[in-house]
Design a protein around this ligand. Structure first.
Ligand code: PLP
Length: 385
């Protein structure tokens, strides 16, 4: 038996009739770009996020880049971000012509540390991207306070946090704007690429609508610099509208799996996710151990797909070395990248499969040979770099 880290076939099989009906509606109409399906989905998604506007785009990286451009970020500006979130925000920052300013993360949530942000900010910092990593919302009250003091707008990267809420306020409704990806494996995923920026600032929304289509104010008349083609298509919008009503139930199932893991593994020598509340939608269930690689191998031998999100801090990626200014020490980021391991967690995972994963992890730690030469409770110390 194999347990995949995610299983999109199960996901689409379970709602095949609804998806076919949504796709059939678009085919019957014969209108494929920026039409009634996109308008309807944008309205529904804005309501879901409790904001005034949602502007759909082609993917989550474009959502971040166009949001930065709409905020006026450009050449010679710095944008604060974290380095443990898969290079997406860095890609968007560099595409907007700006420079990433890396800020360390809090050890429990693995999201941006407000104190580290306050220490890192400079007069060149024109915006802050806060990633709600793994579906865990960041410490927004503290981060917003620092951002407001610095006069820098805060963008939420909600690509892993559709439907999460902190103190009753949804992800995406806290900052100047929230950026979403609808990549197929996300909590709300299309059958291809997709993204959106949500905001309650009407001027920002207007600029985003121009930027996603060549800077056009009217057809073939471009008035806003920095625009290009980044549109969600009608087919994906229809699919997303069909899926959106299911999202709270899927998130609840993800959370139930996370609860089962955390309950069963609470005695294991692992750092477990910080929250099981509404501020965590269990996009990824990520544990930490200095024996990550051995555990991953042991699970793979049993047919269990455990992944590493993400192994390389952004500033160590070869492709961007020449674009970066010198980087300050980020010890928590380094440690996370060495120790994180993602266990399978998606709504269609069955209870027996969850139990198999739990048993496999337990057995790994019960076997005294798993860590022949080290004390697993010992902190491995700060990185040597
Ligand atoms: C945290 C985060 N931000 C941004 C993105 C970028 O989204 P996309 O792949 O749609 O460009 C992703 C996902 O892939 C992500 O996980």
């Amino acid at each position: 038996m194999r347990i995949l880290s995610s299983d999109l076939k199960r996901h689409t099989d379970a709602m095949r009739a609804e998806l076919e009906s949504a796709i059939g509606r678009v085919l019957a109409r014969g209108w494929y770009i920026l039409g009634p399906e996109v308008e309807a989905f944008e309205r529904q998604f804005a309501r879901f996020c409790q904001v005034r506007a949602s502007v759909s785009v082609a993917n989550g990286t474009d959502a971040l880049e166009l949001a930065l451009r709409a905020l006026g970020v450009g050449a010679r500006d710095q944008v604060a971000t974290v380095a443990n979130a898969g290079l997406y925000s860095t890609t968007a920052i560099l595409a907007a012509g700006a420079e990433p300013l890396y800020v360390d993360v809090e050890p429990a949530r693995m999201t941006m540390d407000p104190e580290a942000l306050a220490a890192a900010l400079s007069p060149r910092t024109k915006a802050i991207i806060v990633t709600h990593l793994y579906g865990q919302m960041a410490g927004l009250p503290g981060l917003l306070e620092v951002a407001q003091r610095a006069g820098a707008p805060l963008l939420e990267d909600c690509a892993q946090a559709h439907g999460a809420a902190l103190g009753g306020r949804p992800a995406g409704s806290w900052g100047a704007a929230g950026c979403f990806s609808f990549y197929p494996t996300k909590n709300l995923g299309a059958l291809g690429d997709g993204g959106a920026v949500v905001t309650s600032d009407p001027q920002l929304a207007d600029r985003l609508r121009l930027l996603r289509q060549y800077g056009w104010t009217a057809r073939f008349q471009s008035t806003l610099a920095g625009g290009r083609n980044s549109r969600l298509d009608e087919l994906q919008a229809a699919v997303l509208a069909a899926k959106l009503p299911h999202l709270p139930g899927w998130n609840e199932r993800r959370r139930a799996i996370a609860r089962a893991y955390s309950e069963a593994l609470r005695q294991a020598p692992l750092v477990l996710p910080a929250s099981l509340g509404d501020d965590y939608v269990a996009h990824l269930y990520v544990v930490r151990t200095p024996h990550r690689d051995e555990l991953k191998r042991a699970l793979a031998q049993l047919g269990i797909g455990a992944e590493i999100h993400y192994p390389i801090p952004d500033y160590r990626q070869e492709s961007i070395q020449s674009s970066l200014a010198p980087i300050r020490d980020l010890p928590v980021t380094e440690k996370c990248c060495r120790e994180v391991l993602t266990l399978p967690c998606f709504p269609e995972l069955s209870d027996p499969e969850v139990n198999l994963v739990i048993e496999a992890v337990r057995r790994f730690f019960e076997n005294p040979s798993y860590a022949p030469s080290s004390n697993i409770h010992a902190d491995p110390g700060l990185p040597d770099h």
